[in-house]
Design a protein around this ligand. Sequence first.
Ligand SMILES: *Cc1c(COP(=O)(O)O)cnc(C)c1O
Length: 390
Amino acid sequence: MKHFETNAIRTQTERSSQREHSTPIFATSSFVFADAEQARALFANEIEGNIYSRFSNPNNDEFVQKLCLLEGTADGMAMATGMAAMFVSMAAFLNAGDHIVASRSVFGSTHQILTQILPRWGIESTYADIEKPETWEKAIKPNTKMLFAETPSNPGLDLADLEFLGNLARNKGLLLNIDNCFATPYIQNPARFGAHLVTHSATKFIDGQGRVLGGAVLGSKEIIEKVRFFARHTGPAMSPFNGWLLSKSLETLAVRMEKHCQNALMLAQTLEKHDSINWVKYPFLASHPQADLAKKQMRLGGGLFTFELKGGLETARKFVDSVEMLSFSANLGDTRTIVTHPASTTHSKLNDQEKAAVGISAGLIRVSVGLEHTDDILADILQAIEKAQK
Ligand SMILES: *Cc1c(COP(=O)(O)O)cnc(C)c1O
């Protein structure tokens, strides 16, 4: 078994007759058959090989093969977007009458799938409080089939105990599905704790440079066989260009995540002492209520931290209006540092009670820490805080 960095760099599509060093883009919708016998065997699944890019393409396969090695899963399939991955990971397994228990603070579109889309096919869900194990147990019903969580949560940065959920899923015979987008496979490997499905939006840290959309569903051979059947016939395929780009991105995931996390920890520690800030939340700060769990299941603290500005809504609005270099955007996982005000943007549709339940106050700012020099990131945050306080 080679190491993470080596797998991320040296897993590569077989060289063509051109002897290329770097994998080219296979911009082809279909593949030719050598003869009638090979075509028959490919369609009968007796041999492996490409037929049509809706279900396999060398670029997408290279990307997902790497991701499997990095996550420790046997198989996987690339999807056009993170949301395609989330939807397929549910729709491929659930039938009318089934029930999902999910962590309350899931990504906005995942919330819409759970509450607006799946119910149209008779699939219901209940939310549990991510950090409270007893609420997961209480939410399980006789027809529950899947547990779904995003950890760390967005933007609360609360953690689900992966070992607890892995045991719960095993004891109750449920599928455990973890959206590992925030942590990335460099920081956390849910399959090691018993997750049957590991889902990703590759749009965030995996691409890492804010260029393309992508996603993946990973799991055992048996699990991915069902995913592949569903996706082959419904068509949420990744484009070969995106597969090529994302496979290149994985080559630098380890060094990028080291730096994202180092920068985030440094900024979180510094801002925690600032007079105009009530609190800072980051999984690897000693003040995080689940700091011990974070150290147990995460290799590093991640690239995001949140803080609450004194002064509430008006001060937070002035803060995002006052940043100069930093980007004010709803995305995350970019080389560029991004600030978000969840209460007025990504989570504005929640009522006050729902906001409180997922830890969103009017003064909360989320920072996706980029790879610029920390002196420059800090200087911009400090000048924006100063302006916001006036
Ligand atoms: C962005 C995101 C998604 C959706 O991914 P897309 O690639 O935008 O479709 C799902 N889950 C989490 C945690 C995300 O941050």
